[in-house]
Design a protein around this ligand. Structure first.
Ligand SMILES: *[C@@H]1O[C@H](CO)[C@@H](O)[C@H](O)[C@H]1NC(C)=O
Length: 282
């Protein structure tokens, strides 16, 4: 038996006593709390639409009421249009605490007409430093697009409109920490990061263009909801999901055409040796 099918089996047993919950419709009021910049978060259309804004006073952040241990979360986002330099709009999962686990989508704004960068990172047991950055193959300010994080005991996969852009495999067997014990919440936010976000921090936020508004809709959590003792799961097809051959081809296409930065090729930074996962197939 391969180590991965062993993992699946072990997990299936743990889930043996869990409650099945269905995926419910999107309602930001019901599913999230505004935890920063209350005045800058607007929930509209009966809970279906969320607008987070950034002005000189504050940004804003929401956090899911539920915690999840494994699952797939999807969120549709329409980014700040026009001049968005200095701003970061994000969607991420995070467990909190000093040894937190975290998976990030961060959209780095730009001057009008220049492309956003999609910055991704993964933290296991408090340690990040696993950045990959991409350009997108569409204008993310024109329409809503779906950004997804799939997280199971085998791997973490990031998708943009169902196209896989990044995989982080569970290489615990090779000494690479992998998030698997700490339940996470889902977060969305907008904030000012003009010290590094745009063209390496050279371009500052143009406050005359404020407020900067990002829109969110259709949050879905097809996930194991953490209830204290053991998680309750919905449809768990994703629990064994890995990339098939076709998905690997698509991922290669994304990397070949849109990858801008990969920590695993940053020789300046890792002159003394790359992290172990960089030498393993990913
Ligand atoms: C902004 O535009 C410049 C010029 O096209 C580009 O080099 C940069 O990667 C873009 N994105 C960010 C976030 O700086």
């Amino acid at each position: 038996m391969s180590s991965s099918s062993f993992l699946c089996l072990a997990f299936t047993l743990i889930l043996g006593g869990s409650i099945v919950v269905g995926v419910r419709g999107n309602d930001f009021t019901r599913d999230f709390d505004v935890v920063w910049g209350r005045e800058n978060a607007r929930i509209l259309d009966g809970g279906r639409l969320l607008e987070l804004s950034l002005d000189q006073r504050s940004g804003s952040r929401i956090e899911s009421k539920n915690r999840f241990l494994f699952g797939r979360v999807d969120l549709q986002i329409k980014l700040v249009a026009g001049g968005s330099a200095g701003t970061i709009t994000s969607f991420y999962i995070c467990s909190g605490g000093a040894t937190h686990d975290e998976v990030d989508f961060e959209f780095l704004g730009n001057v009008s007409g220049e492309p956003y960068i999609l910055h991704t990172n993964i933290f296991s047991h408090g340690k990040g430093g696993k950045e990959q950055q991409f350009y997108l193959w569409f204008d993310p300010t024109q329409d809503f697009h779906t950004y997804s994080i799939l997280w199971n005991p085998l791997n973490i996969i990031l998708f943009v409109d169902d196209t896989p852009i990044r995989v982080f495999k569970n290489y615990e067997a090779y000494g690479v920490p992998f998030p698997k014990n700490q339940p996470v919440r889902a977060f969305a936010s907008i904030w000012d990061a003009d010290d590094w976000a745009t063209q390496g921090g050279r371009i500052k936020t143009d406050w005359s263009k404020a407020p900067f508004v990002a829109s969110y809709r259709n949050f879905r959590a097809n996930a194991c909801v953490w209830t204290g003792d053991y998680p309750a799961c919905g449809d768990t097809k994703w629990m064994q999901q890995e990339l098939d051959w076709w998905s690997w081809m698509t991922l290669s296409w994304v990397r070949m055409n849109y990858l801008l930065y990969d920590y695993c090729t940053d020789t300046k930074r890792f002159g003394y040796g790359f992290p172990p996962e960089c030498a393993l197939p990913n």
